[in-house]
Ligand binder design. Sequence first.
Ligand code: GDD
Length: 341
Amino acid sequence: MKLKRKSALITGITGQDGSYLAEFLVAKGYKVYGLVRRTSTDPLARLESLYFSHKVTFINGNMRDSAALQRAVEIAKPDEIYNLAAQSDVGISFTCPEETMEVNYHGLGRLLYEAMKVNPKVRIYQASTSEMFGRSKPPQSEKTDFHPVSPYGEAKLRAHLDYVVGYREKHGLYICSGILFNHESPRRGKHFVTRKITHSLAKIKLGLQDKFELGNLEAKRDWGFAGDYIEAMWMMLQKPMPEDFVVATGESHTVRDFVEEAAGALNIKISWHGKGLRELAKDEGGKVILSINKSFFRPEEVVYLLGNSSKARKVLGWKPKVKFKELVKLMIEHDLKNLAH
Ligand code: GDD
């Protein structure tokens, strides 16, 4: 007897995680549908090969539009939904708090309402985040209290409490939060700090740029590889009962460490000079390649994130494959290669 192919709907399919997840699910034999928001820039940059080989179906719409979400779930008739669509930039959430709440909180509410009408047995993955821990002391696990400090973290926490925990307990919905710590890749947007660093330093190495600017160098993040993390999303939805999981490497580094590792991977020897807002990094010839700009600091900062993912390792059998040094190297190699031609 031929088994029916599973159908998955990915909101946020055009983003870093969405594109890796789409490839992963297509390889597993899923019918993959993606919600695509209209933008004036090319939304398909990360998905061209899947799109032109007709391996995914795109559905126009966004998280603010109930009619579009209704249409999306009616077309996809999903067995699984991965809600990755978000205003995902923490810094921008301070200047656009309403949009952040509208998309990251109310958007999930709209999606659940429409999805449950089409298939009450649907399994839903919600992209929750380590930003929800905010000020909580590291290491952070599923048992750690939440203390978000940004509008982004607050919106994600409300979505987690009201719609993930709330709908699971009150309506018996199969929904899980993946509490993912920072995850990066060559597909990361250049406004996030890791890609900003690798892309800028690669340009400097090739003589295409003189210098670049950053904000807080002392923030500590638990950085993993996005390609590893999307596998954990899928694993969560294969369990008989829905549960929440922290996904992290268990290793934390400062932004400064990331700069040093990336410079090292390019054979740029850097030295630090000065303090605070006047701090600079110079190359071995004494040229300033990095300075600090106050505008990249946030009104409130999450100082130290370090995840304890032992539950995911034990219950899901998940573990990260790519370590910090390898992650930096693969991002640098990608940027160098892309910029060189
Ligand atoms: N973006 C950015 N740009 N961040 C900078 C800069 C800069 O020029 N200089 C220093 N930073 C610091 C930020 O203040 C922050 O402490 C750290 O670098 C990481 O910033 P981002 O790369 O923007 O990521 P994030 O930690 O705020 O949020 C990411 O990870 C979350 C999971 O913890 C995003 O992907 C979120 O969507 C995700 O939920």
